[in-house]
Each structure stands twice: as structure tokens, then as C-alpha cells.
Design a protein around this ligand. Sequence first.
Ligand SMILES: Nc1ncnc2c1ncn2[C@@H]1O[C@H](COP(=O)(O)OP(=O)(O)OP(=O)(O)O)[C@@H](O)[C@H]1O
Ligand SMILES: [Mg+2]
Length: 254
Amino acid sequence: MTQPTNALLELKDIAKVFYTDEVETHALSGVHFDIQRGEYISITGPSGCGKSTLLSILGLLDSPTSGSYRLNNVPVEDISAAERARIRNKEIGFIFQAFNLIGDLTVFENVELPLTYRDGVSKAERRDRVQEALERVGMAHRLKHYPSQLSGGQQQRVAVARALVGKPSLLLADEPTGNLDSKNGEAVMALLDELHKSGSTIAMVTHDPRYADFAQRKIFMFDGRVVDEETLHRLRKEEESRLDAQILRARTGT
Ligand SMILES: Nc1ncnc2c1ncn2[C@@H]1O[C@H](COP(=O)(O)OP(=O)(O)OP(=O)(O)O)[C@@H](O)[C@H]1O
Ligand SMILES: [Mg+2]
């Protein structure tokens, strides 16, 4: 019997393997870490190292192939499908890397969606909260637009408003500033900071070291594993030298 801990999320030896057309992709191999309640962590690592896969598992959108994941001291495999849906809808805010806005809903309706899962939020209150969330990301002038009518950065800002409007107790953000200029990027980081100060737990994937500094703790990943910062730098250097050698060979035709 494992002792209860204060960790909100506890991962032990998590692996994720994708099977497609006889190819096995080991997206995560032996990931092990905790996130405490109210903590703000960043996750950094090269493209393809498993960051989005990890966030999907943390957010109960996907299951690990092996290993143990406890959320709030409960093994996630013991949580019923109905309870998982409740947690996803009411407790977790997700900012996806690919935005995942719903194409046939307007900007207003997209941001309103999480609030429609909440009991006791009146239509008028929903309208005010959606308006406020969109004002905070500078998108209140586009309420009736559809996602396809917005630029990439505008879609990202709407996705941020949607994730924050319900004040989730756990926010999972996958490069929330990836498509934004520095002014809008800083505005989004300020919103995350405010959510964190109000007690939410945040896990944010970012490639930008300036934004990683907003977090209280940084997690580094390489090739499906959590590594320390020095190891990441060393492995990155090795990879860069391999790429340099490849480029040189291509240039010299050897
Ligand atoms: N549904 C899937 N089927 C097969 N392989 C997948 C699937 N999803 C992810 N992968 C593979 O798993 C690995 C990790 O992918 P993931 O999207 O987690 O990387 P990432 O760290 O988020 O990268 P990026 O920084 O480019 O977003 C990659 O090699 C990817 O090709
Ligand atoms: Mg990703």
C-alpha cells in the first residue's frame, strides 16, 4: 500500500508506446516525477521528445502503456470513465499545441464551452466571463469570427481564453506562446501567473527559456525521459555535432 502524499500528480516509470503499421514509437520511457498541489512547472526538450504525449496523459486524454499515474492520490486506472470526463471538464484547462478550437463555433462560443459544463453559471454570468477572458487576451473584438477566419496567433489567444475562463485547478499548457509576438506572449504569461497565484497547479511546455523562468521548477526531457539540465545540454550538443557532420558530408559529397 502506497502512503498518501501531498503530490497532486505522481508519475512512476511511465512508458508510452505508439503502435502504427508495424512500427513501434517509444514516446515515453520511464518517466518519473511528482507535481505538488499549487506548483508551477515548465517542461522543455527537443522536438519529438514526448512533451505533448506527457501532457495528454497528465490530462487524462490518453493512457500510459505502463507505469503508475496517481492523480490526487488515486491511481487513474481506478477512476471511472464518467469521473474522468468530469475531471477533464471541470478541473483541467488544456491549451493544446494545435489550438483545437471547434471550427463551427464562433470565438465567443468556443470560449463559453467550458462554462456550459459548470452547474449554476447563468447565461449572463457566462457572457460576462467570456467577454472578460477575451478582453484579457485582446480578442474581444472578434466574438463572432470563426477559427478559420483568425490568424494563428489569434487562434492561440482564443485557446488561452478558453482554457482560463473556467479557472481550472490544473492547467496543462502546450507551448501557449508558440505563435505569439513578445507583447502577446508576455500577456499570456501574466495570465498564467495570476491563475497560479489564485492556487492553480500549472504544467507548461515551452521552448523559450525566458518563459520557462516563470515556473518555480523546470523539468527537462530528452528522448522520452526526464533528464537534468546539464545532461540535456550535453545530449543536445552531441545531436548538433551529428547534424553538423551530416551537413558537411552533404556539402562535400562524401
Ligand atoms: N498518435 C501517435 N502515433 C504514433 N506516434 C506518435 C503519436 N503521437 C506522437 N507520436 C510520436 O511520439 C513521439 C513524441 O511525440 P510528442 O508529440 O509527444 O513530441 P513533443 O515533445 O511534443 O514534440 P514537439 O516539440 O515537436 O511538439 C514522436 O516521435 C512522435 O512521432
Ligand atoms: Mg508537442
